[in-house]
Design a protein around this ligand. Structure first.
Ligand code: BGC
Length: 955
C-alpha cells in the first residue's frame, strides 16, 4: 500500500515536472503573442518566419521602408520547429507573402549523417502546411546562407538549396531568393566583413547585401506602389516642401508665426498645417493645394487636441487619476470624433512624459509619475484617437510626445537640460512612448530638451537606433514647435547644420522653423545630406496622408453637417461630466464633512469660486471661450436644492498683481478685485459666520500650469492661505475645493481644511461634476498618480524610489541615514492615494504559490470589502519589489490595478496574474531580463499602505 502511494506520488511529481517543462521555443512564441496583444499585427502583409538570420534582422523594416513586414523569426529554430509552431507564427497575420529562412540549424544541430534530402523533405512538409493555410500567398524560400563557421555543411547546404529551388519551380506563386552566392568573395569564400564576431550571423553590411536581392521579390502593396510612383514624379523641391509644417495661427502655442503660407502652399512648399479649424477654412486651404500645385498632394491638418476638442475633458493629469482606461479611451475617441468633424486629421497627443517634478508646469499634460500606468494610458489614448480604421473620417492620426524625457527637465524649469542614466530611461521614462508605438501610433514628436548632450530633435541614437531600429516604429517623426531652429541656441550649429543633422538623425517634418525648407536644398548640393535621406522623410509624410485616405478624398473631413451635429453634443458633455467626477481625488474628509446635505446654508468663497474660463485648464486651445463653462457658483446654485448659498470672493489668486498678469498672458484672465485683502477676507468671514459649512475654491489658475509655467514654489499663494486661516477660525467646517494642474505643497493648507477635494481642472462640465461630488450624487473614486510633496526641497519625490545603503528605518530623524533634518521622507499624499465616501478594507494577500519556477504564472488575490454606507469604487493596486538583484531596484513598482465597484457591505475577491514578464527590468548594460530570487507582492489601496507577501521565483 505504502509503496503504491509512493509510486503514485512519484508519478504525480513526474507529471508536474513534465508539465513545467515547456517545448523548445515556447517562450519565443509567447513573446510573439505578447507583441501581437500590444500591437495588433498588420494583416495581409509580408511575414518573415525562420531562424536567427531573421531574428537578428530586427530592423528589417528600415531596409524596406513602406513595406508591411512582420518579423517572426526565432533564433536557433529548425524546420521541425516551424512545422510545430506553424499555427502560432502564421495564422494571426493572414500574410500575402511568406518568406522562410530555415534549414541551416537542421544540419548543424544533427549528426553528420543527416542528409540534404531529409531537410528538403522537411521543407516540403512545411510548404504543404503553409500552402493549406494561405492558398493565395506567395511563398518564398530564402536559401541557406554561406557562414564561415558552417563551411563543413556547404556541400549539403548547396544541394538542399538547389533541390528546394527546383521544387518551388513546380509550385505556383512561389519564389526563391538565393543569398548563398552573393555572400562569397571572388575566391569562393564567405566575405569576412559581412559577419559578426561569431562568424555565423551577419552584420549591417551583410543585410545590406541581402536587401538588394530581397527588394525585387517583395510584394508591393497598393500603398507601396502608389507612393513609389508619386516619389518618382517629385522634384527635390517638392519633396522638401512636404517636410514643412506651418502654423495657421488660430491658436497660440509658440512665439514664432509662419508667414506667406498661401504662397508657400501654391509653390508646394507646405506638407502640413496646424491650428486651422472648421470645415470651411480647411477646405479653402486644401483647395489652394489641390488647384495650384503640380502633383496635387493634399495637406494634413493638425491641432493640439489634448484633453478634448470643444467638449473639454479634465486635464490629462486629472484624467489619469480616474485609473479608468475605458473612460480615457472614450474621451480620446470623442475628441477625435469632434475634431475630425471640424476638418482635422492629426492631433499632437498623447503627451506621455513621465514627470516626477511638480515644479514643471507641463506635469498637467501627462499621466503622472508611473511608467506602468502611463503605458496603459498611452495605449488607451492612441486607440481612442486612431480607432481601428485611420481611413474612417472620424478618426485622427495620433502623435505621441514629447520624445523623450521632456518631463525630467532639471529643476523643473521648462525646456531645461535633461541628463540621466540609460537604465533609468529604459526602465522609467521610455515605457509609455514605447507603449504608444506598440499600440500603432502613427507619428512621434521629438522633444525640446537634449539627451546625452544632443538635442532630441537631432539625436540619431534616440530617433533612429532606439525608436525605429529597436522599437520598430515606421511612422513619421515631427519636431516640436521651432525645435529645429532652437538647436542654434542649444549651441549645435547654424540653421543649415542643425537641419541637416536633424534629417540625418531621423526627423521627417520640421514644425515652424523652416530649416528644412530653406537649407536642405543647399545641403544636398554640398553633400551634407543625400537625396535618399530627403526621399525617406518625404515618403513618411506621404505614407501618413495615404493611411488617412487623403489621396482618395482630400476633403473627407470637410463636412459642415458633421461640424454642426457632432460637436459639443449632449452625450459628449455627459461624458465630460462623468470624467470630471471620476478624475477628482478626495484628499481629506474629517468626520465625514462631505458629502453635504442639500439644506441649511452654504458659504462659497475663494478666487476660483466664480471663475469660468479657468475650468477648462491648460491646453484647451479649441475650447469655445465665447461660451465658457459655468462657474462653480452657478452650478451650486442649481444643485443645492433647498440649501441657501452665500458667496464672497475672499481673496485674489495672489497678492502680487504682476505675477497674476504674467500668468494670464494668453487670456483666461482672472478678474482682479481691487479691494484690500483685509476687506475681502472680512466679507468672506461674515458669509461663513452665517453658514453651516464653508466651501473654499482655492488653488492655481489654469495658466499657472502647462507650458512655460514652471514654478519654483508650488504652495498656495499667501493671499489664499490668509483667507483659509480666517475661515478656519470661524469654527465652521471648511471644505477646500482645490483647482490645480500639479501636485501642490499643501502642508499649510491641510490643517486648515476639514475636507479637501482635489478637482484639478475638470473641463467643460467641471462645475456640475464638482457639485455632484460635493452633494454625494457622485462618489469620489480618483486616486493620485503623482506624489504630493510636503515641501519643494523633497522634489523629486516618487513612490518607486530605491532603498539606498542607508535607508531610514522607523520614524524620526536618524543620524547617518538617508533623511532630512527638517522634513520627513514621506510625501504628504502618496501615489495611488484617494478617499471615497465609502470605506474599503483589504484582507490578506493570498498567493497561488510561494515558490515558483521559470515560466509559471502567479496569481495574487485579495478580498476587498466596502464597509461604508454607500456604493463606491476602489482602485485595487498591485506593487512588486525585487528584493535582491544585480542592480538596485525600486522598493515598489506598480504592476497591476483594477477598479471595482462595491455595494455597501459587499466583498469581492480581486485577482492579478503575474508572469516573468512582470519581473523584467533593464540592467545597467541594458539587458532586459528577470533575475531569480525573492520578490514581495503588495496589494492595497495606495502605494504606501499596500500589504506585502514574499515569494521565491527561481529560473
Ligand atoms: C508644444 C507641443 C505642441 C506644439 C504645437 C509646442 O510648444 O511643446 O506640445 O504640440 O507646440 O502646438
Amino acid at each position: 500500500m505504502k509503496i503504491r502511494a509512493l509510486f503514485l506520488l512519484g508519478l504525480l511529481a513526474f507529471a508536474i515536472a513534465g508539465f513545467a517543462q515547456q517545448p523548445p521555443f515556447y517562450a519565443d512564441i509567447q513573446a510573439f503573442k505578447q507583441l501581437d496583444r500590444e500591437r495588433k499585427p498588420e494583416k495581409n502583409g509580408i511575414l518573415l518566419i525562420g531562424s536567427s538570420s531573421f531574428t537578428y534582422w530586427k530592423d528589417v523594416n528600415s531596409y524596406f521602408p513602406g513595406y508591411p513586414i512582420t518579423n517572426r523569426g526565432f533564433g536557433g529554430s529548425s524546420l521541425p520547429d516551424l512545422i510545430r509552431y506553424a499555427d502560432d507564427i502564421v495564422d494571426p497575420y493572414a500574410p500575402e507573402q511568406i518568406l522562410i529562412y530555415c534549414g541551416e540549424n537542421d544540419f548543424a544541430g544533427a549528426t553528420d549523417t543527416l542528409k540534404a534530402a531529409t531537410v528538403v523533405n522537411r521543407f516540403k512538409t512545411l510548404y504543404g502546411i503553409l500552402r493549406a493555410k494561405a492558398p493565395q500567398a506567395s511563398i518564398v524560400y530564402v536559401s541557406m546562407k554561406a557562414s564561415p563557421s558552417r563551411r563543413k555543411y556547404f556541400p549539403k547546404i548547396k544541394a538542399a538549396n538547389k533541390a528546394i529551388a527546383d521544387f518551388l519551380k513546380t509550385e505556383k506563386n512561389t519564389g526563391f531568393i538565393d543569398v548563398f552566392p552573393i555572400m562569397l568573395n571572388a575566391n569562393g569564400q564567405p566575405k569576412p566583413e559581412i559577419f559578426r564576431a561569431d562568424s555565423l550571423h551577419m552584420n549591417e553590411k551583410g543585410y545590406a547585401i541581402w536587401q538588394k536581392v530581397f527588394q525585387p521579390v517583395l510584394l508591393q502593396t497598393p500603398q507601396v506602389k502608389f507612393i513609389n510612383d508619386l516619389l518618382g514624379k517629385m522634384t527635390i523641391e517638392e519633396k522638401i516642401g512636404q517636410l514643412n509644417l506651418v502654423v495657421g495661427g488660430e491658436a497660440t502655442t509658440g512665439s514664432v508665426v509662419s508667414t506667406g503660407v498661401e504662397e508657400k502652399i501654391k509653390k508646394g512648399a507646405v506638407g502640413g498645417i496646424f491650428s486651422v479649424t472648421s470645415p470651411d477654412r480647411v477646405r479653402k486651404i486644401q483647395e489652394i493645394a489641390m488647384n495650384n500645385t503640380r502633383l496635387k498632394i493634399p495637406i494634413i491638418f493638425g491641432l493640439d487636441v489634448i484633453h478634448g476638442y470643444k467638449t473639454i475633458f479634465p486635464i490629462p493629469l486629472g484624467l489619469s487619476c480616474s485609473w479608468d482606461m475605458a473612460l480615457i479611451e472614450s474621451t480620446a475617441r470623442t475628441a477625435a470624433q469632434e475634431a475630425s468633424a471640424d476638418g482635422l486629421n492629426w492631433t499632437f497627443s498623447p503627451m506621455v512624459d513621465i514627470a516626477r517634478d511638480p515644479r514643471w508646469g507641463r506635469i498637467a499634460e501627462g499621466s503622472g509619475e508611473d511608467p506602468f500606468l502611463g503605458s496603459a494610458i498611452a495605449r488607451a489614448m492612441v486607440k481612442g484617437y486612431q480607432g481601428d480604421d485611420l481611413q474612417a473620417n472620424n478618426t485622427l492620426m495620433a502623435c505621441v510626445k514629447h520624445y523623450a524625457l521632456y518631463g525630467a527637465a532639471e529643476g523643473g524649469r521648462d525646456y531645461n537640460t535633461v541628463d540621466m542614466s540609460h537604465a533609468r530611461m529604459f526602465n522609467d521614462y521610455f515605457p509609455p512612448y514605447k507603449a504608444a508605438v506598440d499600440a500603432g501610433v502613427g507619428t512621434v514628436m521629438a522633444s525640446f530638451n537634449d539627451i546625452d548632450g544632443i538635442p532630441a530633435t537631432a539625436n540619431k541614437w534616440l530617433l533612429t537606433d532606439v525608436l525605429r531600429n529597436q522599437w520598430g516604429f515606421n511612422g513619421l517623426v515631427v519636431s516640436d514647435y521651432t525645435g529645429v531652429s532652437e538647436m542654434i541656441a542649444h549651441g549645435i550649429g547654424d540653421l543649415q547644420h542643425v537641419s541637416a543633422q536633424a534629417l540625418k538623425a531621423g526627423l521627417d517634418m520640421d514644425m515652424v522653423s523652416e530649416g528644412f525648407l530653406t537649407t536642405l536644398g543647399v545641403s544636398l548640393k554640398s553633400g551634407k545630406v543625400t537625396e535618399a535621406e530627403i526621399t525617406e522623410a518625404c515618403r513618411r509624410v506621404l505614407e501618413m496622408k495615404y493611411r488617412l485616405g487623403l489621396f482618395q478624398d482630400p476633403y473627407k473631413y470637410c463636412d459642415p453637417n458633421r461640424a454642426k451635429t457632432e460637436i459639443f453634443t449632449h452625450t459628449n458633455r455627459a461624458l465630460a461630466r462623468a470624467a470630471a467626477a471620476r478624475s477628482s481625488v478626495l484628499l481629506k474628509n474629517n468626520r465625514s464633512v462631505l458629502p453635504l446635505a442639500k439644506k441649511g446654508r452654504i458659504a462659497l468663497v475663494g478666487p476660483l469660486a466664480n471663475s469660468r474660463e479657468n475650468l477648462v485648464g491648460t491646453w484647451a486651445v479649441s475650447a469655445d471661450y465665447a461660451h465658457p463653462p459655468v462657474s462653480l457658483y452657478t452650478a451650486l446654485q442649481s444643485a443645492a436644492g433647498s440649501a441657501g448659498l452665500l458667496y464672497a470672493k475672499g481673496a485674489n489668486i495672489s497678492e502680487d498683481s504682476a505675477y497674476e498678469a504674467r500668468v494670464s498672458i494668453f487670456g483666461k484672465k482672472m478678474e482682479r478685485d481691487t479691494r484690500s485683502a483685509a476687506v475681502m477676507i472680512d466679507e468672506a468671514v461674515k458669509a461663513a459666520a452665517q453658514a453651516d459649512v464653508v466651501i473654499a475654491a482655492l488653488g492655481e489658475t489654469a495658466e499657472m500650469t502647462g507650458e512655460s509655467s514652471s514654478r519654483s514654489l508650488i504652495g498656495i499663494p499667501e493671499s489664499q492661505l490668509a483667507l483659509l486661516r480666517a475661515l478656519k477660525k470661524t469654527g465652521k467646517p471648511v471644505v477646500v475645493v482645490l483647482f490645480t494642474g500639479r501636485p501642490l505643497v499643501l502642508t499649510e493648507l491641510e490643517p486648515n481644511a476639514d475636507a479637501i477635494l482635489n478637482v484639478w481642472f475638470g473641463g467643460s462640465e467641471a462645475a456640475p461634476a464638482i457639485a455632484d461630488l460635493l452633494f454625494g450624487d457622485a462618489n469620489p473614486s480618483g486616486k493620485l498618480t503623482t506624489s504630493f510633496p510636503r515641501n519643494e526641497g523633497q522634489i523629486p519625490i516618487y513612490y518607486a524610489h530605491r532603498n539606498t545603503g542607508r535607508p531610514l528605518e522607523g520614524e524620526g530623524f536618524q543620524k547617518f541615514r538617508s533623511n532630512y533634518l527638517d522634513v520627513s521622507n514621506e510625501p504628504l499624499y502618496p501615489f495611488g492615494y484617494g478617499l471615497s465616501y465609502s470605506n474599503f478594507t483589504y484582507g490578506e494577500v493570498e498567493l497561488s504559490s510561494k515558490s515558483l519556477r521559470g515560466d509559471q504564472t502567479l496569481t495574487a488575490t485579495v478580498t476587498v470589502t466596502n464597509t461604508g454606507k454607500v456604493v463606491g469604487e476602489e482602485v485595487v493596486q498591485l506593487y512588486l519589489r525585487d528584493v535582491v538583484a544585480s542592480n538596485t531596484r525600486p522598493l515598489k513598482e506598480l504592476k497591476g490595478f483594477k477598479k471595482i465597484s462595491l455595494a455597501p457591505g459587499a466583498s469581492q475577491k480581486v485577482s492579478f496574474t503575474l508572469t516573468t514578464q512582470d519581473l523584467k527590468f533593464y540592467n545597467n548594460e541594458l539587458k532586459y531580463d528577470w533575475e531569480a530570487g525573492a520578490f514581495v507582492i503588495f496589494i492595497g489601496g495606495d502605494s504606501k499602505s499596500a500589504k506585502g507577501v514574499s515569494v521565491q521565483w527561481e529560473k
